[in-house]
Ligand binder design. Structure first.
Ligand SMILES: NC(=O)C1=CN([C@@H]2O[C@H](COP(=O)(O)OP(=O)(O)OC[C@H]3O[C@@H](n4cnc5c(N)ncnc54)[C@H](OP(=O)(O)O)[C@@H]3O)[C@@H](O)[C@H]2O)C=CC1
Ligand SMILES: Cc1cn([C@H]2C[C@H](O)[C@@H](COP(=O)(O)OP(=O)(O)O[C@H]3O[C@@H](C)C(=O)[C@@H](O)[C@H]3O)O2)c(=O)[nH]c1=O
Ligand SMILES: [Mg+2]
Length: 302
C-alpha cells in the first residue's frame, strides 16, 4: 500500500516515515513544498496524482498558533482551502483521505471530555482555520477520516517537550499555566494509529467507518503537569531540570486564546478501530529519552 503524506519535516509526517519502516507492506511517500504547496491550490492535484497514492494522509498544516492571529489569510489558505484541495484530489484519484485536526476547534468551556458530536466553537484563528479544513475535507471527499488530536510532541519538529528541555537548560524555575487541560499525544502514537487504520481501510470496499474521530494520548493533564513530568523524566535520565511553578492563563499573555479544557473523549476511536494510545506519561518518557541521547541532541538547540 502506498501512503502519501503531505509535509516533509513535520512531527506526524516524520513519525509516519519512521514507524512505516516496520511495516514492509507499506510505502510512505512524503510530499511537500515546493511540489505541493497548500497555499498554492494549483500545485496540489498535480503533485498528488503524480505520486499515485492508495491512501492520502493530510498532515501538513499551518501550526503556529499565535502567529496565525497576525496571518489569518495564510492560515485559512493552508488549513482550510488547501486541506480541501488535498481531499478533492484524493477523491479524483479514488483514494480515501485521513486528515488531521485539532482540539483547538473547541472553545474549552465544556466540563468533561469533548465527544465528536460536540459543537466546535474555536477561539483562535488557528482553530477556526482547522475547522474550515474539516468542513472542506468532508465536503470534497466522502471517504474521509478526520482525526482530531491534541498537544502533539515527538523527537521531530517543534513542540512543547523540546521547549521545556531547552528552557530548563538555562533556568532554575519555569512558570507554566496550570488551568488549561488536555491530552498530550506522541506523534509516534499517532503514526501507529494511522498505520493501524490504514490496514483496515486498504482494499476494503465495505469500509463504513468514515467520519470524525478523537485520537489522543490516554490520560489527561494541564501544561504545568506536562512540564513537570517532562523535567522529572529528564532529571532521571541525567538531562536538564527546572522546578515548575503553576501560573494562571492570565499570567502568561499570548496573542491567541487557548481553550481551558480541550480534553478529547477517545472511546469512539477505540471501539470502532480497536486501538488505544498508550498512557501519555509512558510515551512522553520515551520521547524525552530519545531527545537526550546523542542522535537528536543537537535538535534541542536548533
Ligand atoms: N502540533 C500539535 O500540537 C498539533 C497538531 N495537530 C494537527 O496535526 C497535524 C500535524 O501536525 P504536526 O506534525 O505537529 O505539524 P508540524 O508543525 O510539525 O509540521 C507542519 C507540516 O506542515 C507543512 N506545511 C506547512 N505549511 C505548508 C504549505 N503551505 N504547504 C505544504 N506543507 C506545509 C510543513 O512543511 P515542512 O516540512 O516543509 O516544514 C510541515 O511538514 C496538523 O494538521 C496539525 O494541525 C493537531 C493537534 C495538535
Ligand atoms: C513556553 C511556555 C508556554 N506556556 C503555555 C502557553 C500555552 O498556554 C501552553 C502551550 O504552549 P505552546 O505554545 O507550546 O502550545 P500551543 O502552540 O498552544 O500548542 C497547540 O498547538 C496546536 C498546533 C494544536 O493543535 C494544539 O493541540 C496544541 O498542541 O503553555 C507557559 O505557561 N509557560 C511557558 O514557558
Ligand atoms: Mg507554540
Amino acid at each position: 500500500m502506498r501512503l502519501v503524506v503531505t509535509g516533509r519535516e513535520g512531527q506526524v509526517v516524520s513519525s509516519l516515515v519512521e514507524r512505516a519502516r516496520t511495516h514492509p507492506d507499506v510505502e510512505v511517500v512524503t510530499l511537500g513544498r515546493p511540489e505541493l504547496d497548500l497555499a498554492k491550490p494549483e500545485t496540489i492535484e498535480r503533485a498528488l496524482v503524480a505520486t499515485r497514492p492508495d491512501l492520502v494522509v493530510s498532515a501538513a498544516a499551518y501550526t503556529a498558533v499565535d502567529q496565525a492571529e497576525d496571518e489569518p489569510d495564510l492560515a485559512f489558505a493552508v488549513n482550510g482551502i488547501g486541506a480541501g484541495h488535498v481531499a478533492a484530489a484524493a477523491a479524483r484519484i479514488g483514494a480515501p483521505v485521513i486528515h488531521l485536526s485539532t482540539d483547538y476547534v473547541f472553545d474549552g468551556s465544556g466540563e468533561g471530555a469533548y465527544v465528536e458530536e460536540d459543537e466546535p466553537a474555536p477561539r483562535s484563528v488557528y482553530g477556526a482555520s482547522k475547522l474550515a479544513g474539516e468542513q472542506a475535507v468532508a465536503k470534497a471527499n466522502p471517504r474521509h477520516l478526520i482525526l482530531r488530536t491534541a498537544w502533539v510532541y515527538s523527537p521531530f519538529g517543534r513542540n512543547f517537550v523540546k521547549t521545556m528541555l531547552r528552557l530548563a537548560a538555562d533556568r532554575d524555575e519555569l512558570a507554566v499555566v496550570a488551568d488549561q487541560w488536555g491530552n498530550p499525544t506522541s506523534a509516534l502514537d499517532i503514526a501507529d494509529a494511522i498505520l493501524h487504520v490504514a490496514a483496515m481501510l486498504h482494499g476494503n470496499k465495505d469500509f463504513a467507518s468514515y467520519g470524525v474521530y478523537h485520537l489522543a494520548g490516554t490520560g489527561e493533564t494541564n501544561w504545568s503537569g506536562f512540564a513537570r513530568h517532562i523535567l522529572d523524566t529528564s532529571q532521571a535520565f541525567g538531562g536538564p531540570y527546572a522546578r515548575v511553578r503553576d501560573i494562571a492563563t492570565v499570567d502568561y499573555p499570548t496573542k491567541a486564546q487557548r481553550p481551558a479544557n480541550s480534553r478529547l473523549a477517545r472511546t469512539k476511536f477505540t471501539s470502532e478501530f480497536g486501538w488505544t494510545a498508550p498512557e501519555w506519561r509512558e510515551s512522553t518518557k520515551e520521547v524525552v529519552r530519545r531527545l537526550l541521547i546523542g542522535e537528536t541532541r543537537q535538535t534541542l538547540t536548533a
